[in-house]
Write a protein of this length. Structure first.
Lengths: 356, 232
């Protein structure tokens, strides 16, 4: 309550309140000397900041340069789009005979006209229309499916990019360490990254850890539990459910073992080291994620770029994203052995069997 | 005037007024009098370059100042300003009518600033050096203490005005990003709580508590500095 009053007083000093709130507070201030004292204490607290409240003037011509840049990009894009259209034009000509085939043919001389009542639709017209409709549906439905798949893929990549920003900020403030996974206890699972980032204020919303193509996307009630909530759960079954859910639909790097000691994931900015991804599943071969219909997974790499891989061990990469070098779902066997575990996976617990 | 002429003319006049209100044309009023929303929608629907330029000009000072405070570097702020408007051009079709342009622009600018920070690590070089000497802790709570420990010159109360300003600036820079973003929007940019909440897509209550926490942490740092100088 005391805090709430201070928030409002601070808002008054910085003119951050809405008119109604401001009016109400000013009336309270007029009647309450203690409130006025608190206001002046807050005013003093703001004094040291005043010297830094300078206004930086933009360099001359910034707006003009920006306008030129944007229109140059717009022109380049328009030209590229025109080029693409011109390149696509011959394929339209190839389709032309097909279109002509659908046009009504000239009646042959001496041919008997089809029976048609009062110039309306005959069964033949309906059959042709149905065939055209079926052909169009065959063409359009996969295209719609595909565009939905792509839209969700891109939205998922945006999520991972934002999570990458949060992890990057976290590591900058923690001597290059990403959120650690404890070796034991109720927080010893990959999903702990989410409550750690959320409680430190790095995540704007719980939806960030939900891939829009995953089954969890339908659960509008989902939210990341706080560390306190997890600590307070007594029912073992509920705790297990929470551990399995807290990381949302993404998996997180399980760290590695070196010289017999477990080490938390650390930011070494490696371009091919997997840090997070769509959560692996045990329903598909190779622990392939189910998030994108089993067609692959988005992976956030340690240099914070996001890429879609159709297999968990792409060509050219020695490392399997979801298994360590011993073929286990557990912490890596060395520093460069990246293993992504889904929310409930523990770094030091043997969970899976072979790579299937 | 016949009995039928009045309603026809009145309706025509009314229609033209409504039309003018819905979509202004360049001839109806100078662009400088258009609202931000009208300018953006004009650019989106008719690709009117002048409307876009008007918007860039209008926000040149305000957004540059924000990005300059955010990034602490003139060159990076200029780059981020340009990429902000490039994003506005690329994503203006996603702007929902009925929303306000100003908070949307700040959201885009904030994202560009975060990207710029990540791409170009120059911004945090000094801070990272300080941090590497500190112990580090959850939520960056120890950062301000680290900053005080790392001050090689005289602490806050023994320093001259310029030194003090530098100290406060660095203390602001040491705040965790969620607190710093709120401080930049409300204190330095003069936004209402409600507007900052819209920019950052967080509840108003969170904006208030983060701002309060930011001021509290800055004062803790300064108080600690005073203690250090008192004992030193």
């Amino acid at each position: 309550m005391a805090d709430r009053v201070e928030h409002q007083l601070l808002g008054l000093l910085l003119e951050a309140l809405d008119d109604a709130e401001q009016k109400q507070l000013e009336e309270q201030l007029a009647a309450d000397p203690e409130l006025r004292r608190r206001l002046s204490r807050l005013q003093e607290a703001l004094c040291p900041l005043e010297a830094t409240r300078v206004r930086f003037e933009p360099p001359p011509g910034l707006a003009e340069r920006t306008g030129r840049l944007v229109f140059r990009v717009a022109c380049e894009r328009a030209e590229a789009s025109q080029r693409r259209e011109l390149e696509a034009a011959p394929s339209a000509a190839v389709l032309d005979p097909v279109l002509q085939a659908t046009r009504p043919a000239e009646p042959l001389a001496g041919a008997v006209a089809p029976p048609s009542s009062s110039g309306g639709w005959s069964w033949r017209d309906l059959a042709v229309a149905a065939a055209i409709f079926a052909a169009a549906a065959l063409l359009v439905i996969p295209a719609i499916e595909n565009s939905r798949f792509n839209a969700r893929l891109v939205a998922c990549q945006d999520n991972l990019r934002l999570l990458g920003q949060a992890l990057s900020q976290y590591s900058q403030r923690h001597q290059d360490y990403f959120p650690p996974i404890p070796q034991q206890g109720r927080l010893a699972t990959a999903g702990v990254f989410a409550p750690v980032l959320a409680s430190a204020g790095y995540l704007g919303s719980s939806r960030l850890v939900v891939c829009p193509a995953s089954p969890l996307a339908d659960d509008r009630q989902f939210r990341i539990p706080s560390l306190e909530e997890i600590a307070a759960v007594e029912d073992p079954a509920r705790l297990e459910r929470l551990r399995g859910l807290m990381g949302g639909s993404y998996g997180y790097c399980l760290g590695y073992v070196e010289d017999g000691r477990y080490r938390s994931p650390r930011n070494l900015r490696r371009a091919q080291f997997a840090l997070m991804s769509d959560a692996p599943s045990d329903q598909l071969p190779g622990y392939q994620s189910v998030n994108h219909g089993g067609r692959g997974q988005n992976v956030l790499l340690e240099d914070f770029h996001v890429q879609f891989f159709t297999t968990p061990q792409p060509n050219g990469l020695r490392d399997h994203f979801f298994l360590n070098d011993s073929g286990q779902v557990a912490a890596g066997r060395h520093r460069d052995d990246a293993v992504i575990g889904r929310s409930g996976a523990s770094p030091l617990r043997y969970v899976g069997t072979s790579g299937r | 005037m016949g009995p039928n002429t009045f309603p026809v003319e009145a309706v025509a006049k009314m229609n033209s007024t409504i039309k003018r209100k819905k979509t202004r044309t360049a001839s109806s009023a100078p662009l400088s009098e258009w609202t931000d929303e009208e300018l953006l929608l004009e650019y989106r629907e008719r690709e009117d370059r002048r409307a876009f330029e008007q918007l860039v000009n209008r926000y040149e000072g305000e957004l540059y100042n924000y990005l300059r405070h955010y990034l602490g570097d003139a060159e990076m702020a200029e780059d981020a300003f340009q990429t902000t408007f490039l994003q506005v051009h690329l994503k203006c079709d996603r702007f929902e009518p009925g929303r306000k342009v100003r908070p949307w622009l700040y959201t885009v600018a904030t994202n560009q600033a975060i990207d710029a920070q990540r791409r170009n690590r120059r911004h945090r070089m000094v801070s990272l050096d300080h941090r590497s000497r500190g112990k580090g802790s959850e939520e960056g709570a120890g950062s301000l203490v680290d900053l005080l420990e790392s001050q090689e010159s005289s602490p806050y109360h023994r320093a001259d005005a310029a030194e003090r300003e530098r100290f406060v600036r660095e203390a602001v820079d040491f705040l965790p990003d969620p607190l710093r973003e709120v401080l930049l929007l409300v204190y330095y940019q003069g936004m209402k709580y409600r507007e900052a909440a819209e920019v950052l897509a967080i509840p108003v209550g969170t904006v208030k508590s983060r701002l309060h926490a930011a001021i509290g942490r800055l004062n803790d740092a300064l108080r600690l500095s005073a203690d250090v100088s008192g004992h030193g």
